[in-house]
Design a binder for this molecule. Structure first.
Ligand code: KIV
Ligand code: ZN
Length: 428
């Protein structure tokens, strides 16, 4: 895959990340105290991500992605839903065998035989997590589960009691939390923790929540389960709010957040690991939270997932799309050449991505033309730069862009500009 990461010289990139973090926050919050609060990153690329229509990963592909997730520093890998198929079971087994860290989770319904099945698969894991879930909204309980609310609570309690002691951690998620009755949700979460759940998780399954809604939900459920039980969130992106909803949840006290690489997942997907990581990094000073993510490896984990899943990410996809760090317009390029922070929130190297790219087209200004020529050791008088800029604009309408300084020099020579003497001294 061509788009994203270089094979970065990691020590250098780590140093850049270090400087950036220092400039953002000095690793201190606004009150001047060191960051105390870590938010756990629960990655579900291999489960919710793989559920995206049209994506099927072989066990080998899943293992490649799991290794990349471990490298980038996620705290939990949800490796799959093993009851789904023999291939899914095999994938989870391969991941458990291969990785000592991080924690490995599997999705499971509250059914005894399924819990036993998951236990068998996870018992060799260094740290195992059972992710039990059931739907809690009236629409799901009536039309999908065909169960009364009382039955749903009972099933949850029985399953968690049965699973207790078989896994290092039991996570309980309520599907469709954001359309569930708040009192009922508080009740089931409280009962789940009394039965032995170590962490509870609120899913915005249809992606309908707004940031303030998620914050309220997190605060309420924290009251229901008490201080000792972490509350997590799982946000879908149907209104393009997954990252905002996740951040709002963190600010309301969520201690774990679900993400997928590139945001892949059911329908419009989930909160994207890269967007969330960079947002938290950029605003670290205000949030008082930190993660274990090595941001300089985000580009390569995205590359891996894009390759293995065969994804077509859009040109404007935040942070990793083709245009995310590409500039053409004259005013922007001029600003960028003076100080790259004028039009980018972070240096792409923070994500381990290839350096910036300027292209030349209809919106190009003289500064970019001059810069590109200088990169090749060429100079032209101002009036000639003006003329060349005009020709580039004219050309772009029919013939497209000039991608780099080599294209520019070829075009200038084709149009009769005299670049030859200095061209030979250029940095080919
Ligand atoms: O979106 C959802 O509700 C889920 C659950 C399994 C947590 O993915
Ligand atoms: Zn989901």
């Amino acid at each position: 895959m061509q788009i994203l990461s270089s094979t970065p010289p990691y020590p250098l990139i780590q140093y850049i990340v270090h400087l950036f973090r220092k400039s953002c926050s000095s690793r201190k919050n606004e009150g001047g105290t060191a960051f105390t609060s870590k938010v756990k990153i629960f990655d579900t690329t291999l489960r919710d991500g793989e559920q995206a229509p049209g994506i099927q990963l072989s066990p080998e592909s899943k293992l490649i992605i799991a290794r990349a997730l471990s490298e980038v520093g996620v705290d939990v890998i949800e490796a799959g839903f093993p009851i789904n198929s023999p291939s899914e079971k095999k994938a989870v087994e391969m991941i458990v065998k291969d990785l000592n860290s991080p924690e490995i989770a599997v999705l499971c319904r509250p059914i005894k035989e399924e819990i036993d099945f998951c236990h068998e698969i996870l018992k060799k894991a260094e740290r195992s997590r059972l992710h039990l879930w059931i739907a809690t909204s009236s629409i799901h309980m009536k039309y999908k589960l065909n169960m009364s609310p009382a039955k749903v609570i009972d099933k949850t309690i029985q399953a968690i009691r049965y699973a207790s002691g078989k896994f290092d951690t039991i996570q309980f998620s309520s599907e469709d939390s954001t359309r569930s009755d708040l009192d009922f949700l508080g009740n089931i979460m409280r009962e789940a923790t009394r039965a032995g759940a170590d962490i509870v998780n609120l899913a915005d399954t249809v992606g309908c929540a707004l940031p303030e809604h998620m914050a309220l939900l997190v605060r309420e459920i924290r009251k229901s389960v008490g201080d000792k039980i972490p509350v997590g969130v799982h946000c879908h992106n149907d209104l393009n709010l997954a990252t905002a909803n996740t951040i709002s949840s963190i600010r309301a006290g969520a201690k774990q957040v679900d993400v997928t690489v590139t945001g892949i997942g059911e329908r419009a997907g989930n909160t994207s690991l890269e967007q969330l990581s960079i947002a938290l990094l950029f605003h670290q000073k205000h949030f008082d939270v930190d993660t274990n993510i090595h941001t300089e490896k985000l580009g390569s984990v995205c590359d891996t997932v894009i390759d293995e899943m065969g994804l077509n990410i859009g040109m404007t996809q935040p942070l990793i799309g083709e245009n995310a760090f590409r500039h053409e317009s004259g005013i922007h390029v001029h600003g960028m050449l003076n100080n790259p922070m004028t039009y980018e929130l972070v240096d792409p190297k923070i994500l381990g991505l290839l350096g910036k790219r300027y292209i030349l087209g209809k919106h190009t200004g003289k500064a970019a033309v001059k810069h590109f020529l200088e990169k090749k050791g060429c100079e032209l008088p101002d009036m000639e730069i003006d003329r060349l800029t005009t020709l580039i604009k004219e050309r772009s309408v029919g013939s497209g862009l000039l991608e780099d300084e080599n294209d520019l020099v070829d075009f200038a020579i084709e149009k009769g500009f005299d670049l030859e003497p200095s061209r030979r001294t250029g940095n080919e």
